[in-house]
Design a binder for this molecule. Structure first.
Ligand SMILES: Cc1cc2nc3c(=O)[nH]c(=O)nc-3n(C[C@H](O)[C@H](O)[C@H](O)COP(=O)(O)OP(=O)(O)OC[C@H]3O[C@@H](n4cnc5c(N)ncnc54)[C@H](O)[C@@H]3O)c2cc1C
Length: 132
């Protein structure tokens, strides 16, 4: 895990207050960081909602725990009559998955209706569920 001090500048007047980006390499590490920082921390996946909210100053967290570095949680696999979808699978991956399309075409279609391709390519299933 390594830490990165980040202060993102989005334009002359649109900035995100400084925060620390924590990059766990496993779910166990991510859980430890959540426990350690409590309400001061938030998970960040694709960032499509959270970054906007922080930019608008609707929310602020001094620590963001980035899930991008954790492998094995973006799977989409058939499982009997069902499908297993990892929290970090992108919405675009679900939309275009042959596994999902074969078993649950309505789900693939529904994901294809969110935002635009650019958003869906970055936004995750876990982020969408957490926002719902
Ligand atoms: C232009 C635009 C159009 C959109 N249109 C639609 C739409 O039509 N329909 C729709 O439903 N949504 C829409 N959205 C919302 C979009 O689906 C969400 O932005 C997206 O799902 C969030 O995913 P993310 O990975 O970017 O989450 P992030 O922005 O990274 O995180 C969002 C929240 O989820 C939490 N979170 C993320 N991952 C996890 C996890 N694995 N476990 C627990 N908590 C987690 C974060 O802590 C944060 O609170 C739109 C967004 C944009 C920007």
């Amino acid at each position: 895990m390594w830490l990165e001090r980040a202060s993102l500048v989005w334009g002359q007047h649109l900035t995100i207050p400084a925060f620390e980006l924590l990059r766990p390499r496993s779910l166990a590490e991510a859980s430890e960081l959540l426990l350690k920082h409590g309400d001061d921390a938030r998970l960040i996946a694709g960032g499509t909602t959270l970054v906007i909210l922080m930019k608008q100053r609707t929310v602020y967290y001094p620590y963001l725990i980035d899930l991008q570095g954790i492998s094995g949680i973006d799977h989409i696999t058939a499982d009997g009559d069902g499908v297993r979808i990892g929290a970090m699978a992108t919405q675009r991956a679900v939309e275009t998955s042959s596994v999902v399309r074969r078993s649950f075409p309505a789900l693939a279609d529904a994901f294809g209706k969110i935002g635009n391709v650019r958003v869906r390519t970055t936004a995750t299933v876990g982020g969408n569920l957490a926002c719902s």
